[in-house]
Design a protein around this ligand. Structure first.
Ligand code: AMP
Length: 363
């Protein structure tokens, strides 16, 4: 990617940094959290060195998974230390390429990643900015022609049930259900509560090959799908209580993500879902070229009329892919070897190194 494409900040010269890298000794690096086991496991399968960035008390838990632990660790007391020039220079000396995941973006910050981080990063930094801003996210989903839930500027406008979301809230924390007229602080986004079944398809967009469904300058691969498990909403039914009874006992529905479950969709729905992935890629190329490079996930709800409503995009690897370290119900239809999303990232880097095209997938 050119310097201007990646951040608009001419100070970053990713191609100059990459030009100094020893392509036979590249290391894959990330923060030990979120999907790091899968990222390291996949990197090792593709023959890369791995560097874990971690807090001292976390390291032993990664070493407890020898096939997925990092070869080397850099211990920090605060993840923002990653931004310090001395730290970054050290990673550059190691020929490191960072793989961003949800916790990496959360701990380091999408703005800082774009403005301060100069260690080469897999994917397009600008897509991380788009996923972290609610207004831009809505714009992107709508520009792709996907159905996005209605949003209300006040609770007076609500028809039926709505969900109140805090900007920047992660993993559903702080979300609550809201009905017409209820008093809610202006800090919340009010969104139509879509009733249906949730599906979170995991896509990989490669501008380097045409293995999957043609999209943008390359293709997308549907590697897997998950569904999140949220507390307490997903098990509140066990109480068998009405809404009024729950309120009487002071039980309030909440949406905090605690884990993930594997799912597949009816095969007849695959064309719909994959077309949505393709459109998200194609609009991203127009909105922030070279678009959403690498893994991404759509957060969708399938209604009883089999329509998918998309309420969020994750523009990097999602934790739901942790279900599939040795492949998914879909990956064997694309790859003969067990292919996790972590390994897919590493294999894309391998291919780009071979074709001398790293700049196309790294920013
Ligand atoms: P998020 O933080 O956007 O991933 O949302 C966390 C959870 O809130 C989702 O997994 C859903 O269970 C729920 N949720 C978010 N937006 C909606 C919506 N518009 N309709 C129904 N449920 C939603």
């Amino acid at each position: 990617m050119t310097d201007k494409d990646q951040s608009g900040n001419p100070k970053f010269k990713t191609h100059e940094t990459l030009a100094k890298y020893d392509m036979n000794n590249i290391a894959i690096s990330t923060i030990c959290s979120h999907s790091a086991l899968q990222i390291f496991h996949g990197a090792k399968q593709e023959g890369f060195r791995t560097i874990g960035i971690t807090k001292s008390e976390v390291k032993e838990f990664y070493d407890a998974f020898p096939n997925a632990s990092a070869d080397e660790y850099i211990i920090v007391s605060d993840y923002r230390e990653i931004l310090k020039p001395a730290f970054q220079n050290n990673l550059v000396k190691e020929n490191a390429i960072i793989i961003p995941h949800g916790s990496f973006v959360e701990y380091v910050g999408a703005d800082a990643i774009q403005q301060v981080l100069y260690v080469p990063l897999f994917g397009n930094k600008t897509s991380l900015k788009w996923e972290s801003n609610r207004d831009r996210l809505g714009q992107w989903i709508q520009a792709s022609g996907l159905r996005f839930p209605k949003e209300y500027s006040s609770t007076e406008e609500i028809e039926g049930l709505a969900i109140a979301k805090l900007g920047g809230a992660k993993g559903g924390k702080g979300y609550f259900l809201v009905s017409k007229g209820k008093k809610v602080s202006k800090d919340y986004t009010l969104q139509e509560y879509v009733v249906g079944v949730r599906y979170y398809p995991h896509f990989f967009y490669t501008p380097l090959s045409r293995t999957g469904l043609a999209a943008g300058e390359g293709s997308i691969e549907l590697l897997s799908i998950d569904k999140r498990i949220e507390s307490n909403i997903d098990e509140i039914y066990r109480l068998g209580m009405t809404r009024n009874e729950l309120t009487e006992y002071g039980i309030i529905p909440s949406f905090v993500v605690t884990g993930n479950m594997p799912v597949v969709v009816r095969e007849a729905l695959l064309p719909k879902l994959m077309t949505m992935g393709r459109r998200i890629v194609e609009s991203s190329l127009k909105l922030f070229y070279p678009g959403i490079v690498g893994p991404f996930c759509l957060e969708t709800i399938c209604t009883p009329s089999l329509e998918f409503v998309t309420f969020e995009i994750s523009a990097r690897i999602v934790a739901g892919t942790n279900l599939y370290p040795i492949g998914s119900p879909y990956s064997p239809y694309i790859y003969d070897e067990p292919m996790s999303m972590g390994r897919r990232i590493a294999s894309e880097l391998r291919l780009a190194i071979k074709k001398n095209m790293l700049e196309k997938i790294v920013s």
